[in-house]
Design a binder for this molecule. Structure first.
Ligand code: AMP
Ligand code: ZN
Length: 111
């Protein structure tokens, strides 16, 4: 997708600090962290929202969740973490390429 910042990160056209990569997903550090650990997990395939998922994409997002779970210790998330997917403007979605925020490394408030 042209002009999609996360597609450009996936393609290596924009630098990122990668913490995990395979043929279908990427996990990298958020550039403006709101928690001590703030990572983003993105599918390499571009789609914007949960609403745009079909069964195949849902299975991919399921594998992203399994991968996050398998990396808990490696990523320093043993004490707990929060996953967030912002959808649409009122939720504050600014990048229209589906991404799972991974927040942790400290006690997280629920406000
Ligand atoms: P959202 O508001 O859910 O769409 O989240 C988009 C996230 O992408 C924000 O937390 C931004 O800080 C993050 N972000 C934007 N540009 C970059 C970038 N070049 N590298 C890493 N994270 C980014
Ligand atoms: Zn994209």
């Amino acid at each position: 997708m042209e002009d999609c910042i996360f597609c450009k990160i996936v393609m290596g056209e924009i630098p990122s600090t990668k913490v995990y990569e395979d043929d279908e997903m990427l996990i990298f550090k958020d550039i403006s962290p709101i928690a001590k650990i703030h990572l983003l997990c993105v599918p390499k395939e571009h789609f914007a929202r949960i609403h745009d998922m079909d069964q195949r994409r849902a299975a991919l997002v399921g594998r992203m969740l399994l991968k996050i779970a398998s990396l808990e210790h490696t990523l320093g998330l043993d004490e707990g973490y929060r996953l967030v997917i912002n959808q649409g403007e009122s939720a504050g979605q600014t990048v229209h390429h589906l991404h799972i925020h991974i927040l942790g490394g400290e006690t997280l408030k629920w406000e």
